[in-house]
Design a protein around this ligand. Sequence first.
Ligand code: V47
Length: 400
Amino acid sequence: MSNPALLNHHLILTMVRQSGLEDIYQKVMDHERLSFDDGMRLYETRDLTTVGYLANIVRERLHGDRSFFVRNRQLNPTNICEYSCMFCSFYRREGEEGGYTMTMEEIAKRVQDGMKNGIQEIHITSGLHPTLPFSYYTDMLRTIKETAPHIHIKGFTAVEIEYYAHHYTMTIREVLSQLMAAGLEAMPGGGAEIFADRVRKKICDEKSTAEGWLAVHAMAHELGLLTNATMLYGHIERYEERVDHLMKLRNLQDAGKAKGAKGSFNTFIPLKYQHENNRLKNLPEVSAFEDLKMIAVPRLLLDNFPTIKAYWVVIGKRLAQMALSYGANEIEGTILEERIMSMAGTDSAHGMTERELIKLIKDAGRKPVERDALYHVLKTYEDGELDQLIDKNLSLPVLN
Ligand code: V47
């Protein structure tokens, strides 16, 4: 066999045949939807290379070499929370040492810091504060928009939205509509954890049910919001519960499209459980092998999600680079200030500079593309320009 392309094809087929995943390979090549059972086999196989190879086919089909990033700032206005999830290191009770609630001035100051760093997106997550008025959240959104009208706001997990509806006696539609009127433009994917009841009862008993979380996103889509979805993995969940979680997300996306919803899910983000300072800390850490599977399998099953994001905060910068060849088409983000995971032991309290992020993507052999919160392309970094940018020193973010 002297033709190199044919030889290559032959080698690939041999690899796929040896993995026992030939039928799944064929479905991927034929753009055919994968089943629950396919998902199980992809998680169960030891052949990570073939799973990654298949996920990369889909990733490159959708995005080529393009790898998104966003200059953003995380904002956690309060860590006071009425719930006490077993995996959470962030929450404090009202009056407890370490508890805080930011004033509007403190919030405006953080937005100004963000502007000095050229951020395009603010990502807001809070604890479930039992005594703040609802106007705290609408005032906060208006303060951000008055300080920086051009910055997009991605905020409030479905759990927060459901809590406000219950706490302030409003419907989910009313909560979302009022937050949108005050400036909310997209929703993050937090709070999904794992949809399986068995696990939720053990690790986050007080939290929304799977149906509650999904109903909030369905309403957000109906109202025209772009939202994300996460999965917390690496604790007590089983493979079938991971696949079930992905199927529920895929079904909701299908249902929204069938109804003609104006909004939809854009991004899936796997969140690896972090161990420090919480009540699940005795669990063993899952391997890098699992981390890459958690990028690749969702890329293959979530055929109606445009983006799979590697969150460097939870899997580390180097594995996030690898993820770009295993199905991910984005690395999040510059972040500037990170509390939820750094309180659980990660090295992410101060985020990273955009130059470092751009270099990570370039060194992984991909093309960095800067986006805003609504996934409009702001800039594609070409090679010459990249070298110039990276040659400058990789300074720390400006935080005062
Ligand atoms: O809702 C809490 C999770 C979420 C731990 O949508 C933990 O673009 C791991 O949702 N170990 C907040 N995870 C973060 C989040 C997120 C992050 C980045 C991007 C986006 C997006 C969303 O973090 C929480 C919870 O599910 N979490 N504690 C922990 N110890």
